[in-house]
Ligand binder design. Sequence first.
Ligand code: UDP
Ligand code: MG
Length: 324
Amino acid sequence: MDISVVIPLFNEEESLPELATWIERVMTDNGFSYEVIFVDDGSTDRSMEVVRNLAAANPAIRAVSFSRNYGKSPALNVGFKRAQGDVVITMDADLQDSPDEIPELYRMIKEEGYDLVSGWKKKRYDPLSKTIPTKLFNATARKVSGIPNLHDFNCGLKAYRNAVVKHIEVYGDMHRYIPYLAKNAGYRKIGEKVVQHQARKYGHTKFGLDRFVNGYLDLATLWFQSKFGVKPMHIFGLFGSLMFILGFIAVLVVLILKIVSINSTTYHFYVTKSVYFYLSLAAMVMGLQFFLTGFIGELITRNSPERNNYLIAEEINHTPDSSK
Ligand code: UDP
Ligand code: MG
């Protein structure tokens, strides 16, 4: 099978028939063998009924439905697990992304050897309140992820080599950072294609302003995971040591000043009035806490089933037979 199209949807009943017909037309025009996987993320409108009818009319259409609204990332995750096509395309259900982009995305993966191609809505049809924060968000994501060539991390329209979607785990709200997840999994050939974007035709956006706060927090989490996920002691141990040394120096200062003042008749030193006393207390307690956090982090990673998951690119073995 050439292509799997994975479409997460949450209350998009009006758009679905048009979207399905459009995809079908593109696929038959280009002679692709394909499947469409609709993932209904707990819609409360008639979306699933519409999907059921579409699937009855076209055997290439499959569907999964959540019992409640879990979010776009879980929906993608479930779609990815089921995708069988060589190239997996994700697309929003609201007709903001155009299925006409599919053939070129497919070609970039197949012929130009990209692992992942992300759409770039260069000209957006969204309100300013969304486009300006999005620019800032993408600039930060470029820096933190070390993928300098992407302008639009969160574009719903993306294409992947099948292996990529099987080796990344999208959860929470991490769909905003799939290119970063792919890079961390070792897929480095990440490209971009300018795509057409349209104003939402039906319904309304499913994400509020909290997307920006959560987006930044998730980025911090990902950065931390990719840097220190399997070796938390490397960061907490460092902070802990620095703090502890600082506290230790402060204790020495307090001691020396006290000894000096004991032996002096003119100089009076009160330990509890000294800034060094409080500094030593605070720094040593914090240092110890950093250390303990590091140890606990190490114990957790030791128990993590992921700790020895390496993605092997190639392996050469000689069986006794082949060396003869
Ligand atoms: N979506 C989803 N679950 C959610 C929120 C959104 O499956 O909890 C789907 C939604 O139906 C659409 C896509 O994710 O197909 C993108 O959502 P939306 O168009 O609201 O986001 P925007 O384009 O405003 O960023
Ligand atoms: Mg949209």
